[in-house]
Design a protein around this ligand. Structure first.
Ligand code: DAH
Length: 342
């Protein structure tokens, strides 16, 4: 048995020297080390030997097994090394092109506008997209069942707010963050809220169920309508050029009094009238007004001491107009042919 083992060891060692690739090595392993191999049959037979022999042969068999396992591993390593060094490396080949993406057009303009507002001392804040009916409507002066709620076709969610037991909805505008900000920071306050909103729209080129708004809120002592106008004029000039004019016309929003819309002179025809502005010379982009005293109260701010204004830009529309994009659904489409243009 001893001779057999030694012979087998020599045989395997010789074969190992001849092996040239991993496949050959695998064959060898299979042949000499699988369960039914000669080597394993010898190992199994050891238990039937006399005690003396068992010890002797057992030790020998073990050391041979260890040695062979080591040689096998070494052979594997050296084959692998050879393979790698044989692989040709041609430094004159052109490098593989690294495709880098870029920011979404909505994000690009959002960053620009955030910078502008930062420079005017506004904080940029955030609020939840899944919002309570209370913050989205009631606290903003939309009484329950008031017809003004119909202006915003809402996604209702089958869920109650844990602490307050209010119905939950997908926020239809960024205005609920006005209340949250007042409660959290108090007055004076100067902030913008860029964010995603949701409405149950039948989608078409001008309507999407998921869209963006940019809310603004300023509260301090002695804030009046001319402050609002000044800020909106500055934003218009930044967005559409220094000759941009602002027009404000009364409009109803329950949370402001007086309420107004905001229109800028058309950047394409400079107010002369064209297809983009539907031959009016003006582009309606925002809603705004002086914050209603009841809304200030709901935010925990004393309307006798403080006043404020708020505004809300239709953010997608603003970017559509800036880049002459004719279908709002493109923003969420993920279509690279569209996105690569920016
Ligand atoms: N939240 C309004 C909407 O979605 C827009 C708006 C109007 C926001 C007037 C305001 C505001 O802050 O003062 O239609």
């Amino acid at each position: 048995m001893k001779e057999k083992l030694l012979k087998l060891k020599e045989e395997i060692s010789n074969k190992l020297l001849e092996v040239k690739d991993l496949a050959g090595l695998k064959d060898l392993e299979e042949k000499y080390f699988n369960r039914k191999s000669e080597f394993n049959i010898i190992l199994k037979g050891i238990k039937d030997l006399s005690d003396d022999l068992k010890k002797d042969i057992g030790q020998l068999a073990n050391s041979i097994k260890q040695e062979l396992t080591l040689s096998l591993q070494e052979a594997k390593n050296s084959i692998e090394k050879q393979r790698v060094s044989k692989e040709k490396f041609d430094p004159s080949l052109p490098a593989q092109k690294q495709e880098t993406g870029h920011l979404h057009p909505l994000t690009q303009i959002r960053n620009e506008i955030e910078d502008l507002f930062h420079s005017m001392g506004f904080a940029v804040i955030d609020g939840p997209e899944l919002e309570s009916d209370y913050h989205n409507f009631t606290a903003l002066n939309f009484a329950p069942h008031h017809p003004a709620r119909e202006m915003q076709d809402t996604f209702f969610v089958d869920l109650k707010n844990k602490d307050e037991q209010y119905d939950m909805i997908m926020r239809t505008h960024t205005s609920p963050v006005q209340i949250r900000a007042m409660k959290k920071y108090g007055a004076p306050l100067r902030a913008i809220v860029p964010g995603r909103c949701f409405r149950n729209e039948a989608t078409d080129a001008r309507h999407e169920h998921t869209f963006y708004q940019l809310e603004g809120i300023v509260i301090d002592k002695g804030i009046n309508f001319s402050h609002l106008k000044g800020v909106l004029e500055t934003v218009g000039k930044k967005l559409y050029g220094p000759n941009t004019k602002l027009r404000m016309r009364p409009k109803y929003y329950p949370f402001v009094e007086p309420g107004s819309n905001g229109e800028y002179t058309c950047f394409l025809c400079s107010g002369k009238g064209c297809r983009v502005c539907k031959y009016t010379g003006w582009l309606e982009i925002l809603g705004c007004g002086m914050i209603h005293p009841d809304v200030l109260k709901n935010g925990g701010i004393d309307p006798k001491k403080y006043s404020g204004f708020a505004f809300g830009f239709g953010f997608d529309r603003l970017v559509m107009l800036k880049y002459n994009i004719d279908d709002t659904r493109l923003f969420n489409s993920g279509d690279l042919r569209f996105l690569k243009q920016f």
